[in-house]
Design a protein around this ligand. Structure first.
Ligand SMILES: *[C@@H]1O[C@H](CO)[C@@H](O)[C@H](O)[C@H]1NC(C)=O
Ligand SMILES: *[C@@H]1O[C@H](CO)[C@@H](O)[C@H](O)[C@H]1NC(C)=O
Length: 285
């Protein structure tokens, strides 16, 4: 008879070769990778005393806690996860109304120490994130989504934005694409959303030269440069945000009004979130 331990060991030995976690080779400025132990106790996300990774108060439904917004789906690890970190899923419900923004449904993670005068806003920094889709909580790509962005300190624009769905006022033809836009809405890169595999992105922001370079890969593959370096106005400080901001349809006042369907149950899985220091051209691939 085989013992249970042996069977489990055999199982993980079989599973192991599909997992090729990559090392982060540059200094980490902000680490958004979540220790696996937090999945069992997500209330750690709810208070400043325990959440050492993200701002526990931002940006979410007024009556919600991050411990109920976040899910920890059983998915393969993304490229830059550690053996002891887990992916997380940001979810939206009808309660995902921030302040009085009745048009939006949103839940966005901010690095705890990110600030306009902080280390995320100087020199050359690269933001990494991977995305995976949850078939049980699909996004409705008839709407415009903002998923990862860098918002200027005066909140007047986003220096860089990673979006999907139908961008309001634009053609619906590319609604199934991920799109990376600059602060003027100029598209720097686009790629179809993959419904099954991890998609890995990195955006290098050179604040000193106002330049952006984009890296991308699918699954376990190493990142490759896919766009840039190209000029982009990165001035204005601010902070990063990662999650979901779903815009309404049928309005010109997207913040406050418009249509959102009821009984929302949408999610976006993220893994391998971190900001690294790309001084001297260093980018983890
Ligand atoms: C993860 O664990 C495997 C198996 O023990 C090991 O080979 C690998 O180096 C580890 N990866 C990291 C990033 O620590
Ligand atoms: C997607 O959004 C559109 C516009 O709000 C809505 O008419 C449609 O019912 C939604 N589809 C699903 C599957 O929720």
């Amino acid at each position: 008879m085989y013992s249970l331990a042996l069977l489990l060991a055999a199982g993980s030995a079989l599973a192991a070769p599909t997992q090729k976690l990559a090392a982060i080779t540059c200094p980490i400025v902000f680490d958004g990778r979540v220790p696996a132990t937090w999945a069992a106790d997500p209330t750690k996300f709810d208070t400043y005393a325990t959440n050492t990774i993200f701002n526990p108060d931002y940006v979410k439904g007024n009556d919600l806690k991050w411990s109920t917004i976040l899910q920890f789906p059983d998915v393969p690890k993304s490229r830059f996860e550690g053996n002891d970190t887990v992916s997380l899923e940001v979810t939206l419900s009808d309660q995902s109304i921030f302040q009085k923004q009745n048009g939006f449904r949103r839940a966005g993670l901010q690095f705890l120490k990110d600030a306009s005068d902080g280390p995320g806003q100087t020199g050359v920094k690269t933001l990494h994130w991977s995305v995976k889709q949850d078939a049980a909580r699909p996004l409705n790509l008839t709407h415009e989504y903002l998923n990862v962005w860098h918002e200027a300190g005066d909140y007047s624009s986003n220096q860089i934005q990673f979006q999907t769905g139908q961008i309001i006022g634009k053609s619906a033809a590319d609604k199934n694409n991920w799109k990376i836009l600059d602060r003027n809405g100029k598209q720097l890169y686009a790629v179809a959303m993959d419904k099954t595999q991890w998609q890995n992105f990195a955006v290098k922001l050179d604040y000193t030269q106002n330049q952006v370079q984009i890296y991308y890969s699918v699954g376990d593959a190493a990142l490759k440069s896919v766009a840039g370096p190209t000029s982009a106005n990165l001035a204005g400080g601010g902070q990063f945000q990662l999650g979901i901001l779903k815009k309404p349809t049928g309005t010109t006042d997207v913040v406050n009004s418009g249509y959102q369907e009821k009984n929302l149950n949408e999610g976006q899985i993220y893994g391998g979130i971190f900001l690294e220091d790309s001084a001297n051209g260093c980018v983890s691939l």
